[in-house]
Design a binder for this molecule. Sequence first.
Ligand code: IFM
Length: 477
Amino acid sequence: MALITERKFLGFPEGFLWGAATSHFQIEGHPEELSHKLSDWSQWTATAGKIADASTADLACQFFERFGADMEICRDLNLNAFRISLNWPILCPVAPKPGQPLVLDPKGVTYYRELLASLKADGVTTFVTIFHFTLPHWLSAKGGWNNPESVSDFASFAEQAAIAFGDLVDFWLTLNEPLAYVYQGYVSGLWPPGNKHDYLGAFTSIRYMLEGHALAYKVIHNQRPGARVSFAMHWRPFVPKTRWNPFDCMVTYFRNYVFNRMFPQAVQLGELSFPYPISENGAVKALSGPILGLKGTQDYIAVNYYTRELSCFKFKWPIDIFGVASDKPEYEVNCLGWENFPDGFYQTLVNDLKPFKYNLDGSLRPIYVTENGFPTAFNADMAEGDWSLTDDLRVNYLITHLHALHRAINDGANVKGYLYWSLLDNFEWAEGLKARFGLVRITYPTQERTLRKSAHVYANIAKKNGILSGSMVENEI
Ligand code: IFM
């Protein structure tokens, strides 16, 4: 007996944005930045042992030279939204002189204006991140986000960026994933500045990032009154590895509070608070409390979702109330060990983001998914051939997550757009070039671009503004 699969077209709201997200350091290979080591990351990657596959971002995707062709790919994929980030080290290669206004480097301005103008000319909605993990060397050398001066340095940069690019930007993101940034830089030590278990350093950075965000929000709005400004939060549902184990439940509570909720809650309420008993530590207490101008500085919700995490307590001394991520997954994992968990995407959009749903005036905030994607591992030196082009695992991830997104919208989540991470394979920070997230394969030795099966599937979804129910096979074209 033949099985009959009923295919239903699941349409998305009219005007829905279908796009892709990128960040400058991961794709640009900016020759001046890399050759003069203008950023903390260009210095970090030049240090032996920092990157898992010993690759660098010296060329990355050569996006700086090739963006014209890459924008044509966006057009071919029917994308109507694109997210970039600004190269702070290139736009501000030298420290601003005390008391003098910050001046952006004119060559850097020309490059970003050309890039943004080409997107606007194609009718593409632009998302621009101001800080996506890389600091100018002059700022990292004085302590980066641990230095109170980072607040005004960042705000001046944001203000100049609003002046220089504001006419071409639809959505501003002040900061990308602040908690992921401080976790990797101050707790795991895998990113610059490379500190380990330095929770105070992490929390100090969070305080200054919140202050920087508040000021940036204000100066952007002063320059561009109609601007839409937010920050990208990385949301990851945390689940106790052993559901009945009170210790696993405790670490799950702390991980969820600090990693997911602390930052958006501070923005919502206008003050930073840490969970008890961390809040009782004198140095941490000094960081908590109200932040001038912070309350409600989120015109829309920008959320990055990839996976959930199983958390467990680890018996060791000194006790770490944050525990560790379990290495025993319950669902299929990708090459970075992240579970495929589309239900968590639904839960994030429908339930977890509820506390941030409304603006101060009671209006509903739109939600944009500013990242969601799937990596596969292929060495950076792979050359010609059809390796990795039939990326069924990625197609499956995409389809199952878009089904979850469709369900979430039907159940009331006010989602207005989805940006896949990422358009191109790129430099995945401490993992290097091997972990590839692209819809488009980059053959690094030749810089050739080749569309993967996922790119064709996604282009079709964007064109039709919807997906078919059923498994990935139904959505293959
Ligand atoms: O590549 C990163 C990006 O820079 C920030 N969000 C997560 C992505 C995948 O790890």
